[in-house]
Design a binder for this molecule. Structure first.
Ligand SMILES: [Zn+2]
Length: 402
């Protein structure tokens, strides 16, 4: 089995973090000069490691091992604005170190191909890189994509327009995908877990709920004669919250992200209201259960003096990952004396796109204080190295079975 070099891994991650460094974190949003520089740095590292590497014209970096079969390993090197140094970078650093160790070991049957997908964070278009890699994106979507400040993706791509045509998934060669990532939450640290195996990524449903009543004088209109759009939403929200507690599975989460009333004054009965709701779970059944409760309680609310309507604004299905591959990671963790925890991912990752096209698994390492998407994001050096050792062991196990 190829042995990884922990010192070299940490040195590479620190070098990568210096590109676009911002305070203790990194600002390397997709297709910024810093992002492109980091991607060129990665190409250089991969070539030195003996891989055939290049950045394509959407910014994806692919390094191909000198073998005919390969496990694809990677993540992303773009960040959110003023983000942390490990979100995405950790998984790419692991891929680089493991690919390099496999080349050094002289293994010629199955190697490790390394990928850094572009714009995972959605500065212009979430999962631009992974969706392009699997030819799972329409030209019109690219043409229409804009950043928050109005910059077009098409013009951002101009800076790398001279690079080769997009890298594409090679199903004859790449037989599975592994992604390592920081947890970005507090659960592993709180429970003392060093390795998480992700069985699935949550599905998400989002709703905009609007209420319509009649604005009127809050001092002179008797309670029994009001059509209060605000009270209708408060009442509905409280009932939903109670019902969700009853219907939830262990890992279900829900959020009332916003509630606003119009016209919005202490002495005016609200005539209009709006509330944002989302819920997440790895089970489609749980999501269906929550949605049925929402419809039922909204129907009840409509028997009151105000009217309530629901608009679905997002419907992202859960993504199940490949059990055998997750089991290989778990076995590797146990071989290193660590009982892994099964932990669904509450956030989105490139593996969501990848898993639609090939067997895929995901490994988590703990985040100190559960902090992510912030310059304080961190994981201990020991946990960073340990995660890579476990993933390298998993790679050996998967290759032995293949
Ligand atoms: Zn990420």
């Amino acid at each position: 089995m190829a042995r990884i070099n922990g010192e070299r891994l940490l040195a590479d991650l620190r070098e990568l973090a210096s590109i676009g460094a911002y305070q203790t974190g990194v600002d390397r949003v997709a297709l910024s000069p810093q992002d492109v520089a980091a991607r060129r740095w990665l190409v250089d590292k991969l070539r030195r490691a003996g891989l055939d590497a290049s950045m394509d014209r959407v910014g994806n970096v692919l390094g191909r091992a000198p073998t005919t079969k390969a496990i694809l390993i990677g993540s992303h090197t773009d960040t959110v604005p003023k983000g942390g140094w490990l979100d995405g970078a950790l998984g790419v650093g692991y891929a680089l170190e493991i690919a390099r160790s496999v080349v050094e070991s002289g293994e010629r049957t199955a190697g490790v191909d390394v990928i850094s997908f572009e714009d995972e964070e959605g500065t212009y278009l979430p999962f631009l890189g992974s969706r392009t890699f699997f030819s799972d994106i329409a030209e019109q979507e690219i043409a229409a994509a804009r950043s928050k400040d109005g910059g077009s993706l098409t013009s951002a791509l101009q800076t790398i327009a001279g690079e080769p045509a997009p890298h594409r998934f090679d199903g004859k060669r790449q037989f599975c995908y592994l992604e390592a990532h920081i947890e970005q939450g507090p659960r592993m640290e709180a429970a003392g877990n060093r390795i998480g195996v992700v069985p699935a990524l949550v599905g998400i449903r989002r709703y905009r709920i609007r209420s319509h009543g009649a604005a009127n004088h809050a001092g002179t209109t008797p309670m029994s004669m009001r059509r209060d759009a605000g009270a209708a939403l408060i009442d509905l929200g409280a009932k939903l919250n109670g019902e969700f507690q009853r219907l939830a599975d262990r890992d279900t989460v829900w959020n009332f992200g916003n509630m606003v009333f119009h016209p919005g004054a202490a002495n005016v009965v609200p005539g209009e209201g709006e509330m944002l709701l989302e819920f997440r779970d790895i089970s489609g059944d749980v999501l269906d259960r929550f949605e049925a409760a929402l419809q039922r309680l909204v129907a009840d609310a409509n028997r009151g003096p105000a009217t309530v309507e629901v608009e679905t604004t997002a419907r992202i299905p859960p993504t199940a990952l490949t059990e055998d591959l997750g089991e290989a990671i778990a076995a590797a963790a146990r071989a290193h004396g660590e009982e892994p925890v099964r932990l669904p991912s509450g956030a989105g990752h490139d593996v969501m796109v990848v898993a639609r096209h090939m067997p895929a698994a995901m490994l988590f390492v703990p985040s100190i204080g559960g902090i992510s998407h912030d310059v304080r994001e961190n994981t201990s050096d020991a946990d960073i190295v340990f995660g890579c050792e476990v993933l390298a062991d998993a790679v050996a196990r998967i290759c032995a079975q293949a």
